[in-house]
Design a protein around this ligand. Structure first.
Ligand SMILES: Nc1ncnc2c1ncn2[C@@H]1O[C@H](COP(=O)(O)OP(=O)(O)OP(=O)(O)O)[C@@H](O)[C@H]1O
Ligand SMILES: [Mg+2]
Length: 231
């Protein structure tokens, strides 16, 4: 199995005025294609910061990140954008849906940046994704007309619509009731069973246990890892 992600001594320091925050301190791990990794730890421990760096929305202050064996710091902004749009599906805690676009338009947004997909196919692919999350009848609804659980399912359909090899989920069920959470998590693990790789930030121990491995952060440091990290 090949490594999809290799993180070598990644550190991130935020500087605001005279105040420095070391959000990540020498984080190293590998993740194989098709595996799932839970990232847990208290609020402020660096989980979202780590996800942002792996998802190419932010850069580390020091250390090296490799995606699919490529050193990310050696890529141009254009190459990073292509990787982000084609290979990575993001699920944010607060959904991040666009309020003035209807559900189908929200879902097909990632396809607009993918030259491999013809605009003629947007609608069909979007409707299939919507059906897979059980919302086939909501294509023309606006996000604010949906419940929290329905909005999160739209966000998941959007994250999965371009069949990403890497799914980054930041507390995807944080705002949902337990039945809806279970459905959404089952859906994510179905996609992992089909070959995708998952990084899942969660506060829920049961969810972390469903992943192949777990990293526990404490003030930016890996305080524990299951199984132990060998890099
Ligand atoms: N853009 C930023 N500027 C300055 N400090 C930041 C920034 N983003 C995060 N931090 C700080 O970095 C640390 C880690 O934040 P992060 O958002 O990664 O935590 P988290 O583990 O995701 O927390 P939560 O569980 O509450 O979402 C915190 O101390 C936070 O205040
Ligand atoms: Mg966070």
């Amino acid at each position: 199995m090949s490594h999809l992600i290799t993180a070598e001594s990644i550190s991130k320091v935020f500087q605001s005025g005279a105040i420095e925050t070391k959000a990540l301190d020498n984080i190293s791990f590998n993740l194989n294609n098709g595996e799932s990794l839970a990232i847990t730890g208290a609020s402020g421990s660096g989980k979202s910061t780590l996800l942002s760096i792996i998802g190419l929305l932010d850069s580390p202050t020091s250390g090296a990140l490799y995606l699919q064996g490529q050193l990310v710091s050696g890529l141009s902004n254009y190459q990073k954008r292509i990787l982000r749009n084609r290979e990575i599906g993001w699920i944010f805690q607060n959904f991040n849906l666009i309020g003035h676009l209807d559900v189908l338009e929200n879902i097909t947004l990632p396809l607009r940046y993918d030259p491999r997909v013809s605009w003629r196919d947007y609608e069909n692919i979007g409707k299939q994704a919507l059906t897979s999350v059980g919302l086939a009848d909501k294509a023309t609804a606006l996000p604010q007309q949906l419940s929290g659980g329905q909005q999160q399912r739209v966000a998941i359909a959007r994250a999965l619509v371009n069949k990403p090899s890497l799914i980054l989920a930041d507390e995807p069920t944080g705002n949902l009731d337990s039945k809806t959470s279970t459905n959404i998590i089952d859906l994510l693990f179905t996609v992992v069973a089909q070959g995708a790789t998952l990084l899942l930030v969660t506060h829920e121990p049961d969810l972390a246990l469903r992943c192949d491995s777990e990293i526990i952060l404490n003030d930016g440091l890996v305080s524990d890892a299951k199984p132990p990290i060998t890099v």
